[in-house]
Design a protein around this ligand. Sequence first.
Ligand code: SAH
Ligand code: DHB
Ligand code: MG
Length: 222
Amino acid sequence: MDEQLWIDVDEYLVSLLSPPDPSLAAALADSAAADLPPISVAPNQGKLLELLAKVNGSRRILEVGTLGAYSTIWLARALPVDGTLITLELEEHHAQVAQINVDRAGFGAVVEIRVGPAARSLRDLISEGCEPFDFVFIDADKEGYSEYFTLALALSRVGTVIVADNVVRGGDVIDPKNPDERVQGIREFLELVAGEDRVDATAVQTVGAKGYDGFALLVVTR
Ligand code: SAH
Ligand code: DHB
Ligand code: MG
């Protein structure tokens, strides 16, 4: 298949369905200028996150892996004015860029960026006894997905939607012997999901401006 065609189709779809948003464009430009890696979700994937969060009426969103807050801003668009989005990021530099991007997008009052290893931040949220989240987006280091999923379940209620990014990785996910720890992290996560009777799940392959990858979509059922 022709990767240029995937990119052209993404551009066509985005030009029709995602009118330019200055704060999202500025978030990408400033993330690149600050040397953050170009691994944020594609615009139509960001819009998918916004729509999924909207259809379940999300008021509380949790994100694991902020980078420059590009996906954060898409998700924040789904929230009511009194909503809450907590996003977890390991790197102080990423968090600083993200904070500026969030503020410029007008979401400074709803978004809280917590800096540190996500597993620790998630345990802190649990021990703080925080209210369950309606929507969770897992998109940090792939080696940590199983742990993030387990901790996210503890922060969920029946009906919580969990989306996990990058579960296909160019098709590498089907190779049980792939030496890449990120691939093994995704495989372990998918196997954990498959055996977890509190969730109903699927995974979908995607192609486009961000190459060949995919996402998992989970709903907490009990
Ligand atoms: N969700 C973003 C992209 C996230 S990229 C978007 O689509 O716009 C993955 C991010 O996870 C990076 O910023 C990386 O620094 C962060 N990360 C990596 N390991 C982490 C950890 N252990 N805890 C929290 N964040 C981590
Ligand atoms: C990588 C991480 C991501 O979250 C992504 O969407 C693409 C690539 C990576 O670590 O390579
Ligand atoms: Mg990702």
